[in-house]
Write a protein that binds this ligand. Structure first.
Ligand code: AMP
Length: 284
């Protein structure tokens, strides 16, 4: 694996003109099996796989965990090396943005919903950095996790509407055996918090089954899920919402279940558990 730590050096690489498809897995580091699943998918489908590690300051709010975010760079390199990644792009913020950077890529329909309501500016930070990374890396395929469903939908929209020649590929959420979605932030959880954390996914799964058993009212499902989370006082719920997969619109009544159809809607949740903000979702 070749590690490239600056933009100019990456742009000089010539593999992009000779080897296709180029697969790209952008990350913020502190890698876990969820990230590695994206890498494996790229390795399977692409001639060259590029991963990036960049802890993007623009997607963190002033009171968020940028400085505390884990940075086990050497270990991350070993993990990527173990997956036979071809190139790791790991730029510094000063190099990627420079002193005069004053441009934002902003999607203005979906970026203020769900997580956007609680993290002002977050998705603008994400779309801006992903647009830059797409331009630098010039991938054919880019791999994202559905753990961050809203992020995936916004990036997919940006890619289409700004005519990037990139196919975005959504990959399933990788979970611990008790259902907790893998996240770089799970290391913040105390042992007690870790023990109750799976309640998030259990609740989503319970709501999905209530729907499959015939419940069609969004209001009743949300009420039931909210009550379930409230049973564990350590959780502070930010949102529990059901939205359409296609356009992220709200839905009062859910359509009849059709197991052969494409995704129709998703149930998304965000909650603080102690100091740690956790998100998860289930697609139906
Ligand atoms: P991050 O480093 O948190 O920015 O995540 C980088 C990529 O990994 C994003 O596309 C995430 O959606 C994806 N990812 C994070 N956690 C998981 C997970 N548990 N399963 C699948 N993909 C994930």
């Amino acid at each position: 694996m070749q590690i490239i730590d600056n933009v100019a050096a990456f742009q000089r690489l010539t593999f992009k003109s000779s080897e296709h498809p180029v697969g790209f897995v952008p990350t913020m580091g502190a890698l876990h099996a969820g990230h590695l699943e994206l890498v494996r998918r790229s390795k399977k489908e692409c001639a060259v796989t590029v991963a990036s590690i960049f802890l993007n300051p623009k997607q963190f709010g002033p009171k968020e965990d940028l400085s505390a975010y884990p940075k086990p760079f050497k270990h991350d390199c070993e993990l990527l090396e173990g997956e036979a990644v071809d190139y790791l792009f790991a730029p510094q913020a000063a190099d990627l943005y420079g002193d005069e950077f004053s441009l934002t890529v902003y999607e203005n329909r979906w970026s203020e919903l769900l997580c956007g309501k609680f993290r002002p500016g977050h998705f603008a930070g994400v779309t801006t950095v992903v647009a830059k990374l797409f331009n630098i890396v010039q991938p054919d395929h880019a791999y994202f996790g559905l753990k961050d469903l809203q992020q995936y939908k916004i990036i997919e929209k940006m890619t289409r509407e700004l005519n990037f020649k990139v196919t975005t590929i959504a990959c399933p959420t990788v979970r611990e055996s008790d259902g907790l979605a893998l996240s770089s932030r799970n290391v913040y959880l105390s042992a007690e918090e870790r023990a109750v954390a799976p309640l998030l996914y259990r609740t989503l799964d319970e709501l999905k089954h209530a729907y499959l058993d015939g419940e069609r009212s969004t209001a009743r499902l949300i009420e039931r899920g909210t009550a379930e989370i409230a049973r564990e006082a350590r959780f502070k719920l930010q949102y529990l919402e059901i939205r359409s997969w296609n356009d992220l619109s709200t839905m009062e009544q859910l359509p009849a279940a059709n197991p052969t159809a494409n995704p129709k809607f998703f149930i998304a949740i965000a909650a603080h558990l102690g100091q740690t903000r956790l998100i998860d979702n289930i697609i139906v």
